[in-house]
Design a binder for this molecule. Structure first.
Ligand code: TYM
Length: 344
């Protein structure tokens, strides 16, 4: 049996354009996990500034992600919702992890390579060190379970490597401080369900992303019903009718993506969806998908808009969450200092 108390941690960057991929890959799962775990959901503003952000937009975006969490059904009283920069212990532990992680490990991170592009010399140091901060986010609460989309898998593996190396490097001191099974748990990624990687509506080989130049590529949580319907109508497909089993989606990326989105929104499997729509044309499936998407998203987006107008309320949620998070994080940092030999 694990010696660690189970705790869910996850984060979303406030970089604008929250989309259906963020919702299905992450936020919808955050909501589901609340019944069985103690959860911490964080607006990771310090990750956002690894690329330059306009200060006014950043403030708005932090509040928007918070509103999305709450509107989707996260209970900020029972669980903890906060923004990362309110809890300085994340940065403090990230520094320790910068000294544990190896250059070679970070050099392998595909997200850094993608985001830095060709001009790597000009990327911020923060963008390179990003995964060490992400490990600190989770481990400063000794988090055990991390719901994320598929694109975060490599970062989670790195977090496990950092936890493992810390436990090994300081094994004697950790034992002397009374921890028989190592100090940090190895956090487990929860990458489950039919929509762990929602793809662009315009190009089935690219994931749906906040930064895609084409707004038609994604359904934003800011979109209204008309925009959602139009984007799904225009989504790329292929000329074949839908297959009647999930196996028939192989090699049909766009069809697979739309069926996956339907499955995730309805809570069914791809096979179940295809038992209803298999053999049919895309036009009628797209109509059903648009209706479902609007039915599920409209209550969330309208509640989001309502909440965003009440910045005082949003800010009070973040402040309260920050106080509770800091208390937990300070407990971990005190122990980390004792373990590594820093006086406090
Ligand atoms: P971010 O802000 O890019 O995305 C937030 C969450 O949405 C998921 N996601 C997707 N899921 C399915 N299909 C897609 N197209 C799609 N696009 C995004 C992401 O996988 C993520 O779960 N590094 C993280 C934030 C982070 C974090 C953490 C997460 C910082 N610290 C600690 C977990 C634990 C990020 O950039 O997510």
């Amino acid at each position: 049996m694990s010696a660690f108390q189970q705790r869910v941690f996850s984060g979303v960057q406030p970089t604008g354009n929250l989309h259906l991929g963020n919702y299905l890959g992450a936020i919808q799962k955050f909501v589901d996990l609340q019944d069985n775990y103690d959860c911490m959901y964080c607006v990771v503003d310090m990750h956002a500034i690894t690329v330059w952000q306009d200060p006014n937009e950043l403030r708005d975006n932090i509040r928007e992600v918070t509103a999305a969490f709450l509107a989707a059904g996260i209970d900020a009283k029972k669980h903890i919702v906060f923004n990362q920069s309110r809890v300085p212990q994340h940065a403090e532990l990230a520094w320790v992890f910068n000294c544990v992680a190896r250059m070679g490990w970070l050099n392998r991170m595909t997200q850094f390579k993608e985001k830095a592009g060709k001009d790597r010399e000009n990327a911020s140091v923060g963008l390179f060190a990003y995964p060490a901060l992400m490990a600190a986010d989770i481990l400063v609460y000794r988090g055990t379970h991390v719901p994320v989309g598929d694109d975060q898998k490599q970062h989670l593996e790195l977090a496990r490597d950092i936890a493992q190396k810390f436990n090994n490097d300081f094994a004697d001191s950790i034992a002397a401080n009374g921890h028989a099974d190592g100090f940090f748990p190895l956090p487990e990624p929860l990458i489950t369900g039919p929509a762990t990687r929602v793809m662009s509506l315009r190009d089935g080989s690219k994931k749906m992303s906040k930064s895609d130049a084409s707004d038609l590529s994604r359904i934003n949580l800011r979109d209204d019903a008309e925009q959602i319907a139009a984007k799904i109508r225009k989504a790329r497909t292929d000329p074949e009718p839908l297959p009647s089993e999930a196996k028939g989606l192989e090699g049909r990326r766009e069809a697979d993506n739309l069926v996956g989105i339907y499955a995730a929104l309805s809570g069914d499997s791809r096979d179940k969806v295809l038992s209803e729509f298999g053999g049919g044309q895309f036009s009628s499936f797209k109509q059903a998908l648009a209706d479902l998407c609007i039915e599920k998203l409209a209550p969330i987006t309208s509640e989001m808009r309502r909440m965003q107008a009440d910045t005082a309320y949003i800010d009070s949620v973040l402040e309260d969450g920050g106080v509770r998070a800091r208390e937990l994080a300070q407990g971990t940092m005190d122990q980390v200092k004792d373990i590594i030999g820093l006086l406090r």
